[in-house]
Design a protein around this ligand. Structure first.
Ligand code: NAD
Length: 476
């Protein structure tokens, strides 16, 4: 494949050069070779994009719901047309196996469009309070959108679409590691007829281009998805201008397996759910909590499942997992695997190093630890690699206690055939989503975290509401 040369930004409906040239090579995580070149933007590039968004807000914020619905429908049509291209570019830059990229990574782009179209149809922005005052919900203004690399289209769609849908304008700063899916997304929006200035894209690194959005006085809101570390910095940078900040951050989600669970299915779901996307999902079930009565049985099933997880070239079809995103991420994962061993957890599957036959590329061995406890680093820190930690528990109270004993609170999983217990436990878990017996939330359900997993909710009606201000109008 020819190397890509995508050094322009998308500002005010046009492809424009950066103010100062600053090239950045994007690497293919499967080969460590360059895929192509982008530019890294600075405060001045961000400022140009923000001014375009500010100017466009004056008219876009006054458009009707019908106009905005029509635009979303156009985006859906163009997105479907360019679907295969999107799946291929995500596979290349994320290292996601092509089948998985076609089905899930690119699929999110359609799912969220349909979810937001349904939500927009039900959105009420004006009503009367009992005291006679009128309540109006209005677009908040210019939004800075900062996204990560692990599910690039998912994260862009969860921010760009609701912003446009409610009448906001925006500047997107995607991850510098996955810019090509974002540039393609910009082409799709352009072809779908997004008016100039309503959507803008500037590539760049977090501490420069990202921080410029957080600090910019003409940005009214920052919607951020990424690590808890960067989320804190965004919050600090935004404080000076007192802008609204919504955060979707990390997780260390518990997967509670009770003795009455449909074991074979539950364990396999847990193992493959943790390894999916090479473990690079914020809501992955990374702590498997197992009732002692079934502990040995679970280990046997998990061993078979873990050994069956193959690793392979993302360009090839199949159900393998690909590499992780970067050398930095590979090293972090190795450090955590080594910490698990030195803190006394036992290896059931995998371990340090690369899988046999993979000298190039950031490939990690799918790894399962058992006999771990919840104070070990492998139970407390987000590993963001294919590493599962199995921890035994005594009874329901103990399970809930361990599940909630984490600084995070993004997702939780419960496996039991006792519906009453499932309800009861779901009620006690401090997490934004609870998945019971392998169920999946719909695209128009809210997604977000408790505690250090963030604030605000993305997707559906709640995702639209995050981009709205509330105004009370009082009449004499
Ligand atoms: P990251 O925090 O390093 O980067 C995320 C984005 O923020 C990138 O665009 C990056 O350039 C930018 N950034 C970095 N530092 C910044 C700063 N100081 N100011 C402004 N922007 C900055 O995270 P990552 O490694 O790209 O993504 C992995 C993390 O994202 C994981 O912790 C994962 O759990 C989290 N994540 C959360 C969700 C969720 O919905 N909760 C979804 C996906 C990923």
């Amino acid at each position: 494949m020819n190397k890509l040369d995508r050094r322009k930004f998308y500002i005010d409906g046009d492809w424009v050069d950066p103010i100062e040239p600053s090239n950045y090579e994007v690497r293919n995580p499967a080969t460590e070779e360059s895929i192509g070149t982008i530019s890294l933007g600075t405060y001045d590039d961000i400022s140009l994009a923000v001014q375009a968004a500010k100017q466009a807000f004056a008219s876009w914020s006054l458009t009707s719901k019908d106009t905005r619905t029509e635009l979303l429908q156009n985006i859906l049509t163009v997105y479907k047309k360019r679907y295969d291209e999107m799946a291929e570019i995500i596979s290349l830059e994320v290292g996601a196996p092509i089948d998985m990229s076609r089905k899930s990574q690119a699929g999110c782009g359609i799912g969220h469009l349909e979810g937001f179209l349904a939500a927009l149809a039900n959105l009420e922005t004006r009503w009367q309070l009992g005291n006679g005052d009128t309540l109006i919900r209005e677009p908040i203004g210019v939004c800075g959108l900062i996204t990560p690399w692990n599910w690039p289209v998912n994260q862009m769609a969860l921010k760009v679409l609701p912003a446009l849908a409610v009448g906001c304008t925006c500047v997107l700063k995607p991850s510098e590691m996955t810019p090509f899916s974002a540039l393609l997304y910009a082409e799709i929006l352009h072809e779908a007829g997004v008016p100039k200035g309503v959507f803008n894209l500037v590539n760049g690194e977090g501490p420069v281009a990202g921080a410029s959005l957080s600090r910019h006085p003409d940005v009214d809101m920052v919607s951020f998805t990424g690590s808890t570390r960067a989320g804190r910095e965004v919050t600090r940078d935004a404080a000076e201008t007192v802008k609204k900040v919504t955060l979707e951050l990390g997780g260390k989600s518990p997967n509670i397996l009770f003795a009455d669970a449909d074991l074979e299915k539950a364990v396999k779901r847990g193992v493959f759910g943790c390894f999916y996307n090479s473990g690079q999902s914020c809501s992955a079930p990374t702590r498997m909590l197992v009732e002692r009565a079934i502990y040995e049985q679970v280990l046997e099933i998990a061993k078979v499942a873990g050994d069956r997880q193959t690793v392979g070239n993302p360009a090839e079809e199949g159900r393998h997992i690909g590499p992780v995103i970067s050398m930095l991420q590979f090293d972090r994962i190795q450090d955590l695997i080594n910490s698990g061993i030195s803190e006394g957890a036992k290896l059931l599957v995998g371990g340090p190093g690369k899988p046999d036959g993979f000298d190039r590329g950031y490939y990690v061995r799918p790894t399962i630890f058992y006999d771990a406890n919840n104070s070990m680093r492998i139970a407390r820190e987000e590993i963001f690699g294919p590493v599962l930690t199995i921890i035994p528990f005594d009874d329901e109270d103990d399970a809930v206690r361990i599940a909630n004993d984490t600084p995070y609170g993004l997702a939780a999983y419960v496996e039991t055939t006792d519906d009453e217990r499932a309800q009861r436990v779901a009620g006690k878990l401090r997490a934004g989503q609870v998945y019971i017996n392998g169920s999946e939330c719909g695209y128009d359900s809210p997604f977000g975290g408790y505690k250090m997993s963030g604030n605000g909710r993305e997707g559906g009606l709640f995702g639209l509401e995050d981009f709205l201000e509330i105004k009370a109008v009082s009449w004499p």
